[in-house]
Design a binder for this molecule. Structure first.
Ligand SMILES: [Zn+2]
Length: 93
């Protein structure tokens, strides 16, 4: 099988989600454009380069979410309604 070409796949770890992917370009750092955009937004927001930090940010979000859920309960609203009323300036979907 000498004619068979062996394609070496380089697996890189996505800086955003930590998933392994085969980059199209050698300097690609994220598994998809979506994660690149998210990482760029993150960096702009926190002024910090991203080293799989969203996982921690997600934990903080979870705390925020439970605080919101509690506040919503106090107002007798569902979480979704509370978020829609107070936290979403306009629906994106
Ligand atoms: Zn990713």
């Amino acid at each position: 099988m000498a004619t068979e070409t062996v394609k070496i796949e380089i697996h890189k770890e996505c800086k955003w989600c930590g998933r392994y992917f085969s980059p199209d370009r050698s300097n690609q750092r994220y598994c998809c454009q979506d994660h690149q955009i998210k990482a760029n937004n993150y960096r702009r927001q926190y002024g910090d380069d991203i080293i799989l930090k969203p996982k921690k940010a997600m934990c903080d979000n979870m705390k925020k979410i439970s605080a919101i859920a509690r506040a919503a309960r106090e107002e007798g609203m569902s979480y979704g309604k509370y978020v829609a009323k107070y936290l979403l300036p306009g629906s994106n979907s």
